[in-house]
Write a protein that binds this ligand. Structure first.
Ligand code: SAM
Length: 261
């Protein structure tokens, strides 16, 4: 799984993201680094032209992506105590054979914990827009001898998932960074298997005691408003984590996509 095909995908996708003019805003934590100026010219691609990155969506300010330089924060020893990751994993009730997407996987903190729970027969599609994050994940997976992980270099408008196949798309602390939420939600919707779910785990903006900067927090009401507007319905919630809310969505098959102006 971590072979030349992975590298081809990694660098092929990287060139595509250069072609798409990957955004490089900075904030807290620092954003995705700008692509190196010496990079080879982008290969021709069939990706649609990139619409401008949004600064706001439905009244919410979008946070810049957390740069790979800060990946160590994602695997800090205090994370379990602060976020109670074990309880989140238990609540998600993974099953053998499932195809799970860890969307915005970073350096793979959750990917590596989920993958063994999907055996036999299942796998994690680990998607991120930063090749450096996927390289770190790749190395950790190799050391941990986890081989049912497929790293996928997404773009800021497309996670490149197979249509109709994914049982669960998990987004931990990542949705609020999507610079193109409408595009991403459209692609995720297409990727879901019948009764597949999108689970958003976000820091609670309702709670001033959650020690995360406001730009990286969302309210339940805001998330539900955005997801409903994009063809999802809220089907379940989990409120027992110390810092985050967990919102489970399914496709709303009665939803009509608004006509393009
Ligand atoms: C704060 S990190 C969280 C990483 C991981 N989910 C975790 O909890 O350890 C957010 C990640 O989302 C990624 N990201 C931001 N926008 C994305 C997009 N449109 N598609 C895929 N990944 C994205 C960033 O590159 C970053 O690695």
């Amino acid at each position: 799984m971590f072979d030349i095909r992975f590298l081809r995908r990694l660098f092929g996708g990287f060139l595509i993201s250069l072609a798409l003019g990957h955004s490089s805003a900075t904030a807290d934590p620092p954003a995705v680094a700008a692509p190196p100026k010496t990079a080879a010219p982008a290969a021709p691609t069939k990706e649609p032209a990139l619409p401008p990155a949004l600064t706001h969506y439905m009244g919410r300010e979008i946070a810049p992506a957390m740069g790979y330089q800060h990946a160590a924060w994602l695997i800090r020893p205090s994370r379990q105590q602060e976020e109670d990751c074990a309880t989140l994993l238990k609540a998600l009730q993974f099953k053998p054979g499932q195809i799970v997407c860890d969307l915005g996987c970073g350096n793979g903190f959750y990917t590596l914990k989920i993958a063994p729970q999907l055996l036999p027969g299942g796998k994690v599609l680990a998607v991120d827009i930063q090749p450096e994050m996927l390289q770190m994940l790749n190395e950790s997976a190799r050391l941990a001898k986890v081989d049912n992980v497929e790293p996928v270099l997404g773009t800021i408008i497309n996670p490149r998932l197979p249509a109709g196949k994914v049982d669960l798309v998990l987004c931990v602390d990542a949705y609020h960074e999507f610079s193109h939420p409408v595009h991403m939600l459209r692609e995720i919707r297409k990727s879901l298997a019948p009764h597949g779910r999108l689970v958003l785990v976000e820091f609670r903006a309702e709670d001033p005691n959650v020690p995360i900067r406001p730009l990286h927090k969302t309210t339940k009401a805001q998330v539900e408003k955005e997801l409903t507007a994009n063809g999802y319905k809220l089907v379940e919630q989990f409120d027992k984590l110390p810092w985050q809310h967990v919102l489970y969505f399914e496709r709303d098959d009665n939803w009509q996509e608004p006509a393009k102006p």
